[in-house]
Structures are given as structure tokens and as C-alpha cells.
Design a protein around this ligand. Structure first.
Ligand SMILES: Nc1ncnc2c1ncn2[C@@H]1O[C@H](COP(=O)(O)OP(=O)(O)O)[C@@H](O)[C@H]1O
Ligand SMILES: [Mg+2]
Length: 424
């Protein structure tokens, strides 16, 4: 284990003997090793200061939550959360306001105690370790910069207060300002910077401590849309360049999809699914996830029979269709929900030849909305359920008109069969 870790660190290094995994070294002795990170070829000029020598075993998750539970009185804010955050990944926690994201982040940082369960940093149980000893840093929505200090001194505050030699401080801050592209602003005070620039100072200040993970609680929500989109890409670049895990909280599903390697989707204190953006979009685990990420048609059905990885369901209009279903999840007679994304729904004036491949549902077109690349068609089936189809604007089917009776058609393979929304 030790030798593999040592192999990964290139070049001369001074290993901190005082630090334990997961915990911050407060001895002020830690120096920085340079190493090539993602996307940088050997020999290419290193722009950034990267990764402390004690960055931990690459095989051990940076953060792991085991049955983490949080109660405020009788109210359950986080319910038995179990997931891991890997070294160097961009991980987001996504869910509507009040679902427990901030509480989860505060428990990881140590500002909030867990009611039950365990949190590990770099493999070490830190559930009872105070925040200042945990090797994570948090960027809050309010950047809380020192108004009277310039950019350089704001970022240097932490390293200097640890007693790190001034030459080392200069080198470290210089490199960090280059990573966040503020090298030309080192002598400005916060009130001489834009919102986006202040944000980068806050980021540099948190990263200069070389935490195992950086925790960010809705850091972009105060910015206007354009700056916000620019900062999303910028944050992603910075994260990739320094290779430290980012744990990013947001209620904005588009933001989570844009930025994350993996996302935990939360609802009412529960982690409903953890996965890559593609997994979450194409294979949502629950009706909540399907509806929260993008647009989803959620059609209530009854399971006629279920066998191995398929189930037969009855759609409005009486057609029975074989759809993919996780083996053992459904029995005949169960209520279930068919999920199909609007871009997978086609419209046709005639019912297509079937052969078992297509789900076909008779619908009435209730609205056609021009949205540039797609026509958003709102439909109603014979059971009164609303459906949406996104039709390619260049492939408008003959007969598509407001009030027309048509067939909504989709590939049975495009469907996910989900349990109905949990009651209570
Ligand atoms: N200190 C507290 N005391 C009581 N309830 C709290 C406390 N902190 C958070 N909550 C409640 O826990 C739930 C989750 O809050 P929070 O984690 O802030 O949600 P989010 O960040 O997802 O919006 C909310 O219902 C909130 O009111
Ligand atoms: Mg919050």
C-alpha cells in the first residue's frame, strides 16, 4: 500500500510525519510536492501547485458515509445516508430546498454532529473529531473575505498563521493565484473585485490548505445567470487541474449535470440515487429522481405479469407492452409507473406495425409549442394522463395539429418501469 502510494508521487518530496489520514496537520511543516495531474503530459510546464505529499491512499474513498442519520428533535433531516466520495472526483448533492443538503455538508465538515452512523475521511472515523481537525475546507455562499487585506494576503492568511516560511507562502500563493487566474489582481482589495473574482479568492483561500476535499454549499447561487454559467466551467477546470475532490451542493439540476462526475440526488432527507449524470438521467431509480432531473413522462400502469428482466404492463388504450424491469421488483397486479423521456416519444397519424417493439398509445394533441430546435407537444391519453413529446423541428410528422387524434409511439427499450411514488 505504502509503496504504491509513494510511486504515485513524482519528484523530490518531504513527507509530513505528523499528519494522520483524514486529519489536518496543524504543525505547519507540510510542504507541497509537484506532480502531474489529469490532462497534463509529463514534461509539460506545471502551472499549479498540486497535492500535498500526504494526500492519502488513492484506493481509499476521500469521504465515506455509513448509515449517517441526523435528527433535529423528532424531525429527521438526513435518513441513513450511505455513499462514498472518491479521490479527485467532482461530486454533487442535488435536491430541492430543505431536503438536507446543507445538513449533510455540515456533518462532513464537523459543524453538525451525526445522530447516528459514521463519517470517514481518508478511511478514518472522524464522527467525533472537531471541524478544525478535519482535513476538509468549506466555501460558503458569503465569501467572508477580509475587506482590509488584498487578494494575496487574504489567500496567505491561513498558511502564514500556521507559521509556514514566507518564501514558501509566496511560492504557494503565486501558484494558487495562477490556478484561479487572479495573478494580476494580487494587490487588489475585495471591494475592487467583481463577484466572480471574489469567489475565486474564496476558492484559492480554501484550496491553499490542500484539503482532502473542498465542500461548497450553493456557491454560485448569488451570481447572475451568465456569470454563473461561466463560473460552472471555471470551477470544473480548477477542480480538474488541482485534482482535489469537490463536494458541491446545489438545488439546480442543470448545474449538477453540467459539473458532476457523480451526483447524489436527495429528497426529504433521503438519498434516492447516486450515479453519473447519464445513469441518473437514463436510469432513474425512483419517480422522484425521474421527475427532478429533466422532464419525464410518468404514466401509471398495472403490472400484468413479471418475469426475469421484463414485465408486461397495460397502457391506456388497452395495449399490453413488454418493458424492461429489474428482476424481482414487481409482481402481477402491482401498481407501477412507466417512465419515458419526451425526446423518445414520436407522434404518428397511423398506428405503427407493432411486433412487440413499440408502445403505442392513442392521444389527443392539446398544445404545440415552438421551442427552436424542438416542438414541445402536450398530449392527453384516454385515461386523462398528460404526456409530453419533444419532436425534432425538422421532422414534423404529417397530421400534427392542435386537437388532432394521433398515436404516441416509443420503443419499449426506452422505458424504465419504476415503483410508484412512496406514500407518506
Ligand atoms: N438547526 C436546525 N434545527 C432544526 N431544524 C433544522 C436545523 N437545520 C436544518 N433544519 C431543517 O432540516 C431540513 C434540511 O435543512 P437543510 O439541510 O438546510 O436543507 P437544504 O440545504 O437541502 O435546503 C429543513 O427542514 C430544515 O428546516
Ligand atoms: Mg442549503
Amino acid at each position: 500500500m505504502r509503496s504504491r502510494h509513494a510511486e504515485r508521487l513524482a519528484g523530490p518530496r518531504r513527507i509530513c510525519q505528523k499528519r494522520e489520514p483524514g486529519l489536518r496537520c496543524d504543525a505547519g511543516c507540510c510542504s507541497i510536492a509537484r506532480r502531474a495531474t489529469n490532462g497534463r503530459r509529463p514534461g509539460e510546464k506545471l502551472l499549479s501547485t498540486l497535492a500535498t505529499t500526504h494526500n492519502g491512499d488513492p484506493e481509499v474513498p476521500v469521504i465515506s458515509l455509513e448509515n449517517v442519520h441526523k435528527r433535529f428533535g423528532s424531525f429527521v433531516a438526513v435518513e441513513r445516508a450511505n455513499f462514498e466520495i472518491r479521490r479527485g472526483e467532482f461530486f454533487s448533492m442535488l435536491g430541492p430546498s430543505g431536503c438536507g443538503k446543507t445538513t449533510m455538508l455540515r456533518m462532513i465538515a464537523g459543524f453538525e454532529e451525526v445522530s447516528a452512523g459514521r463519517i470517514r475521511l481518508d478511511g478514518v472515523d472522524v464522527s467525533t473529531v472537531p471541524p478544525y481537525r478535519r482535513n476538509v475546507n468549506t466555501v460558503f455562499q458569503q465569501y467572508a473575505l477580509f475587506p482590509h487585506l488584498n487578494v494575496f494576503d487574504n489567500v496567505a492568511f491561513g498558511p502564514r498563521s500556521k507559521g509556514i516560511a514566507e518564501a514558501e507562502v509566496k511560492r504557494r500563493i503565486g501558484e494558487m493565484l495562477e490556478v484561479v487566474r487572479l495573478q494580476d489582481y494580487a494587490t487588489r482589495r475585495p471591494d475592487q473585485l467583481s463577484g466572480g473574482q471574489r469567489q475565486r479568492v474564496a476558492l484559492a483561500r480554501a484550496l491553499v490548505n490542500f484539503p482532502s476535499a473542498l465542500l461548497l454549499d450553493e456557491p454560485l447561487s448569488a451570481l447572475d445567470l451568465k456569470l454563473r454559467q461561466a463560473m460552472q466551467l471555471e470551477l470544473k477546470r480548477i477542480q480538474r487541474e488541482i485534482g482535489i475532490a469537490f463536494v458541491f451542493v446545489t438545488h439546480d439540476q442543470e448545474e449538477a449535470l453540467t459539473m458532476s462526475d457523480r451526483t447524489a440526488v436527495m429528497s426529504e432527507g433521503r438519498v434516492e440515487q447516486v450515479g453519473t449524470p447519464e445513469e441518473i438521467y437514463h436510469s432513474p431509480a425512483t419517480v422522484f429522481v425521474a421527475g427532478f432531473i429533466g422532464t419525464a413522462n410518468l404514466i401509471p400502469v398495472r403490472v400484468v405479469r413479471s418475469a426475469s428482466a421484463r414485465a408486461e404492463v397495460e397502457l391506456a388504450g388497452g395495449q399490453q407492452a413488454q418493458v424492461p424491469a429489474t428482476a424481482g421488483t414487481f409482481s402481477s397486479g402491482d401498481r407501477a409507473v412507466v417512465m419515458v423521456r419526451p425526446e423518445r416519444v414520436k407522434l404518428s397519424a397511423q398506428r405503427p406495425e407493432n411486433g412487440g417493439r413499440w408502445c403505442t398509445v392513442p392521444v389527443t394533441v392539446t398544445e404545440i409549442i415552438f421551442q427552436g430546435p424542438v416542438l414541445r407537444c402536450l398530449l392527453r391519453d384516454s385515461a386523462g394522463d398528460e404526456l409530453t413529446a419533444h419532436i425534432d423541428g425538422a421532422e414534423r410528422p404529417p397530421g400534427l395539429a392542435h386537437g388532432a387524434a394521433m398515436w404516441a409511439v416509443w420503443d419499449t427499450a426506452a422505458v424504465r418501469l419504476l415503483p410508484p411514488r412512496a406514500q407518506g
